[in-house]
Write a protein that binds this ligand. Structure first.
Ligand code: ADE
Length: 246
C-alpha cells in the first residue's frame, strides 16, 4: 500500500512512520509513505501557504493553490486510483472498522491542515472525506495522519510478526482486549491467574473471552449495544458479573 501525506511538516510524519512496526513494514516493502510539502508549490517570493481569513477573526487559513498543486503532484505520482482524506476534528470519527476498510486500498492521500484550517473550496473540490481521530483539537493534522498510518500499516499482511496479533486486537471483534500477563508468575504486585498457567487451552480461550466481554461491559458498555451476543457469550458475561460480585 502507498500513503501520500500532504503536510508542512514532512519530517514529523516521516519520523513517526520510520520507527517500530511501521518502519519495518516500509523496509519490507509492504507500505510506502511519501510526503509532499505545499510550501514547495507556493509560487510567490515568500513561499506563502496561508492568509488571513475573509470576514476577519483569529488565525490564518491555508491557501488553495499550494495545497492543490501538492495534491496533484501526489495524485499523479502513482497510477492507482486514490482516495483523498483530510484530517480534521470536523471529520467522521475514526473506528477500527474504518481502519480495516482503508487498509484494503492500494493508495491513500492524507491532507494535513495547520492554523485555523484549509480554504473550504479546496475541501469541497479535492477531498473525498474528512477523518477525525477524536473529539479534541490538535494543532495540526500530522499527529492524526501518523495515528491513521500506524493503524493501517500494522494491518498490512506481513507487518506483524504474529498474524494472530491483529485478530486478537481490541475492537477486532467489536470487544475490548482481555488482560495479558508474562513472567514472573508470582510477583509482589500479584499472581498470574491460575488458568493461564494450566496448559488447558480450551479453558484459557474461555477465560480470555470472558474477560473481554466483562471488560467491555464495565468500561465501554456502548460497544455491546452494537453486537449480538451468542448464547455462550451471554453465559460468560453472566459468569463475569457473578465473579465480580464475590
Ligand atoms: N486536526 C486537528 N485536530 C484533529 C483531530 N482531532 N482529528 C484529526 N485531525 C485533526
Amino acid at each position: 500500500m502507498r500513503i501520500d501525506v500532504v503536510t508542512l511538516f514532512p519530517e514529523f510524519v516521516q519520523g513517526c512512520a520510520g520507527i517500530g512496526v511501521i518502519g519495518r513494514a516500509q523496509e519490507r516493502g509492504l507500505l510506502q509513505v511519501q510526503t509532499w510539502n505545499p510550501r514547495d508549490y507556493a509560487t510567490d517570493n515568500y513561499r506563502r501557504v496561508d492568509e488571513r481569513p475573509f470576514g476577519g477573526g483569529p488565525g490564518m487559513v491555508m491557501l488553495i493553490d499550494p495545497l492543490r498543486a501538492a495534491l496533484t503532484a501526489a495524485r499523479t505520482a502513482a497510477p492507482a486510483p486514490v482516495r483523498i482524506a483530510y484530517m480534521s476534528p470536523q471529520g467522521t470519527r475514526l473506528t477500527q472498522d474504518k481502519v480495516v476498510e482503508l487498509a484494503q486500498r492500494e493508495r491513500l492521500i492524507l491532507l494535513c491542515g495547520r492554523y485555523e484550517g484549509v480554504d473550504e473550496r479546496l475541501l469541497q473540490h479535492e477531498v473525498d472525506e474528512e477523518i477525525s481521530i477524536g473529539d479534541y483539537v490538535l494543532s495540526g493534522g500530522e499527529l492524526a495522519a501518523a495515528v491513521l498510518i500506524d493503524a493501517i500499516g500494522r494491518l498490512q499482511e506481513g507487518a506483524l510478526n504474529d498474524v494472530q496479533s491483529a485478530q486478537q486486537d481490541s475492537f477486532a471483534d467489536g470487544l475490548l482486549d482481555c488482560p495479558h500477563y508474562t513472567r514472573p508468575e508470582a510477583h509482589e504486585l500479584g499472581k498470574v491467574p491460575d488458568v493461564l498457567t494450566s496448559g488447558d487451552h480450551a479453558a484459557i480461550r474461555r477465560w480470555r473471552r470472558k474477560q473481554s466481554l466483562g471488560r467491555t461491559w464495565v468500561r465501554r458498555p456502548d460497544l455491546l449495544t452494537g453486537v449480538e451476543l451468542k448464547v455462550e457469550d451471554k453465559k460468560l458475561l453472566l459468569e463475569f458479573q457473578e465473579d465480580i460480585k464475590k
